[in-house]
Design a protein around this ligand. Sequence first.
Ligand code: GLU
Length: 306
Amino acid sequence: MPAEKSLPLYRGRFAPSPTGPLHFGSLLAAVGSFLEARSRGGEWLVRMEDLDLPRVVPGAADGILRTLEAFGLHWDGPVLAQSARDEAYRAALAELEKLGAVYPCACTRKEIADSALGGIDGPVYPGTCRGGLPAGRSARAVRLRTDSGVVEFDDGLQGRVGQNLAAEVGDFVIRRADGLFAYQLAVVVDDAEQAVTHVVRGADLLDSTPRQITLQRLLGLPTPAYLHLPVAVNERGEKLSKQTLAPAVSAGDPADALFAVLMFLGQTPPPESRDAGIESLWEWALTHWRADRLPARRAIALSAES
Ligand code: GLU
């Protein structure tokens, strides 16, 4: 008889989008999710979120993986690439169609912008195509029908989060007008495929979590535990991202960058560990990692000199 394959108690993941090199903001999510997983004897997977093809930068995925390796962020198992997962997303969409949970939408971005109220993540779709496509119009995107119930969850750092999806986000896109599946659907299908038990990522995704939980419930998939780390912002309050041209982290001096990440995450590495090399810094971090020291904030501004 084949041995029973038991699921690990903790399986975390890091899911970068290859739209540029790894920068300080994404390194925070990598290190935070890695240390949470490893300090609990868990697995840590990497998933390449190369779904948004127009934004993918050639060579960036390889660059990110090489930087992770240079930092000693070694992952378990193969890297799952979203670009190879179309069939799974298609099956999930078919399931949602069968449930009557989605509908085709003919509206253009401009039409929506002209008639919608602002929500927490762009305009709240006014529901124009909810009851069917207007005469003479053809489908562009596919949207999920939200209802007015409040979706609640306990975040491991940010506490209890509640969101009225219909009012705050509105019927959201599952398949885009350009035919690509939306991040919200892909992330849910893939976290389930990879049997992820714990999601640790930046708090810029906190507002996306109720959409993901809603999809998990509709698709009959388990909801992982969530912990959203503060994101690093500049003095203008903008997230350090590829869009704000955050500098790539240098793999040339990984101990220095790791030290900065640990400080940002509220850990207290001894000053001398900064110069002791990346391996001893990891050793310190793995034995001293304390999630209860993480700052329970959504964003922290980095001063120019840090
Ligand atoms: N790919 C997303 C990003 O780079 C992260 C998605 C996630 O962790 O759920 O921002």
